[in-house]
Each structure stands twice: as structure tokens, then as C-alpha cells.
Design a protein around this ligand. Structure first.
Ligand code: SF4
Length: 315
């Protein structure tokens, strides 16, 4: 139907193949408008690299990043700038990217002024609106970044991102540095903004527990490859891949469901010299001879669910 075609046309897609250091290796990921995708894995698994590629900050050495069906590299001039503004990245440490010599009103309002999204005479009201959206008191806008707490600085980072009217936010460990109670507040803010502004999210975290409540779909990465992809509720109810099961057993939960094993054993290997076959085999309690030799393909195991594990062939 026409509706379906329109939806397809509005997909934000990313296809990345074989980075030189294999930081990201043969990943093929599509994100629909309005969707929240959680991207999870241990540090060094390539999820931040993928996030930067999706946000257009880092070009892939091979493969392509598509936004609304258009390859980012094919865009230039005004179109390229507009597309770049549409995707904003929120980092773990907003302080590192907040100019300490600027008042926060200028930090938030600078880009929209430069890009002509607001007129000089509307500047004050526009900045106030972004402050309120991010849960900050506009009365504090004449202060400098060091006068704010960690949680407030993250809100300033969010206000700055919102000020350029994005449609897609890539959040890279955006709550990892915050206390647990503040984490919950910031996660709630992301969800509120999703409703209000019809935002799409790629939410990157090493912690499955953090993405559990806000993701529609979860993508699990291990050493540059996607090992499992499924609707969030399926991942938490019945994870398929042994690596996902291991990650899940690390998430503190109230229920007492039995887990295959506790935690992910051993160190994550170097992405420069990943293990042969299934990258996870040295740490997997179910590893078979075949796992050392043959790379398992990421394939559909149920509608909307994909997993890369040889155990699925035996089933
Ligand atoms: Fe474990 Fe083999 Fe499955 Fe890899 S393919 S996750 S080593 S059982």
C-alpha cells in the first residue's frame, strides 16, 4: 500500500561493511522513524564506532550510511548540512563538549542562530524553550557549565541537541557517568521527548538493564558483529544467543529465572585479532568444534528475530 511505501521511504538505514580494523564488520541495520533501538555490547565491541558512523561523524571505509534512502556521501552543501543537523549525538561526558568560556544560553543557542533556525530577536525565547524541554530552569541560562551538576550538564547537552530540531538522536552511553537515580531521570526525559517531538533513537549502552525499558528493538554486538537482534521483550524473555544470555545474567533482576551461566567469562579479545569462526567461541560455554572454524551467519530464527549461532542449526 501507499502507506507502506511512505514508511519505507522514511526509514533511516545504515549498512556498514568491513572496516579496516574490523571495528564494525558486515553490520546491516535499519532504524524506522519513531523507533528506539538499543545497541548493546561490552566496550570495544564496535558499538560506539557504529554510532559515530550512523551520526555521520565518521565515514565508513566501506559500505554506506543511508538517511531517508540517501547515501550521506552523495550529499553536499545545504543538503549535507541539513541532514547532519537532523541527526544529533549525545555523549557520555557532555562537559568535554561544553565550551567552559561560554554561557550555557550561548552553548544552546549558537548552532540554531548560525544555521538560521531562529532569528536574533527570538533568541531568548527560543533558548528558554529548549531549557524547559530538557527540564532545566531557564533562569540559570546566564551561568557557565562548571556551575552545573553532572545530570544538569547532560540536560544542557540535550537542550543543545534539541535546539537544532533533530529527528534522530544517537545516545552513546548517555547515562553511564551518572548516579542511578539521575540515570532514571534522564532516561525518563528521553522517553518524554520521544513522545513530544516524535524522535527516533539509537541508544548505545554496555548495560542491557539501561536499554530494557526504553527500546522497541535491541541489537547485540560482539567484536564488531551483530550477534542477535530482536524486539526488546523477546530479548529479555528468551534471549537466543549465548552472549546475550550471558549479558542478561549480569543485569540485576528481581525474578529468579535460571540463567545458563553467570556473567560473561574472560576478557573481551582484541578487535585487531579476533578469534576465528564465531568470535565468541573462547568464552562460550556451548562452543563446539565447528564454532572455531566456521563463522555463524546472522539469520532469521523467528519473525523479526535474528541470531548468529550454530546451535540454531542443531535445533
Ligand atoms: Fe557459542 Fe558456537 Fe553459538 Fe558461537 S556459534 S555462540 S561459540 S555455540
Amino acid at each position: 500500500s501507499l502507506d507502506f511505501a511512505a514508511k519505507l521511504a522514511r526509514r533511516l538505514g545504515v549498512t556498514v561493511r568491513e572496516d579496516v580494523v574490523h571495528a564494525v564488520d558486515g553490520v546491516d541495520l535499519s532504524i524506522r522513524r519513531g523507533e528506539v533501538v538499543g545497541l548493546v555490547g561490552e566496550s570495544g565491541c564496535g558499538k560506539s564506532t557504529l554510532g559515530r558512523m550512523v551520526a555521520g561523524i565518521m565515514p565508513p571505509t566501506e559500505g554506506s550510511i543511508l538517511s531517508h534512502g540517501r547515501d550521506l556521501r552523495s550529499l553536499s552543501g545545504v543538503e549535507a548540512r541539513r541532514t547532519k543537523l537532523r541527526t544529533q549525538m549525545i555523549f557520555q561526558d557532555p562537559y568535554a563538549s561544553l565550551n567552559p568560556r561560554l554561557k550555557v544560553e550561548d552553548i544552546v543557542g549558537e548552532a540554531p542562530l548560525v544555521h538560521g533556525l531562529v532569528r536574533r530577536e527570538d533568541f531568548a525565547g527560543y533558548v528558554d524553550e529548549q531549557f524547559r524541554r530538557a527540564g532545566l530552569d531557564p533562569g540559570l541560562k546566564k551561568r557557565y557549565p562548571h556551575q552545573f551538576s553532572g545530570g544538569q550538564r547532560q540536560r544542557i547537552g540535550i537542550a543543545r541537541a534539541l535546539a537544532v530540531q533533530p529527528e534522530f538522536l544517537v545516545c552513546d552511553e548517555a547515562v553511564a557517568a551518572l548516579d542511578v537515580s539521575i540515570q532514571a531521570q534522564i532516561l525518563n526525559l528521553f522517553m518524554k521527548l520521544r513522545q513530544e517531538l516524535d524522535l527516533t533513537y539509537l541508544f548505545i549502552s554496555h548495560d542491557l538493564g539501561v536499554v530494557e525499558h526504553l527500546s522497541d528493538r535491541v541489537v547485540i554486538m560482539y567484536l564488531g558483529r551483530v550477534v542477535e537482534e530482536a524486539p526488546a521483550e523477546d530479548v529479555f524473555r528468551s534471549a537466543n544467543h549465548p552472549y546475550t544470555q550471558a549479558l542478561l545474567s549480569e543485569v540485576p533482576r528481581i525474578d529468579t529465572r535460571k540463567r545458563a551461566f553467570a556473567g560473561v567469562k574472560g576478557e573481551i579479545p582484541s578487535p585487531l585479532a579476533p578469534p576465528s569462526g564465531c568470535h565468541f567461541h573462547p568464552r562460550c560455554p556451548h562452543a563446539m568444534e565447528r564454532c572455531r572454524i566456521e563463522r555463524p551467519a546472522l539469520r532469521e530464527i523467528a519473525p523479526g528475530r535474528r541470531s548468529a549461532c550454530h546451535l540454531n542449526d542443531a535445533a
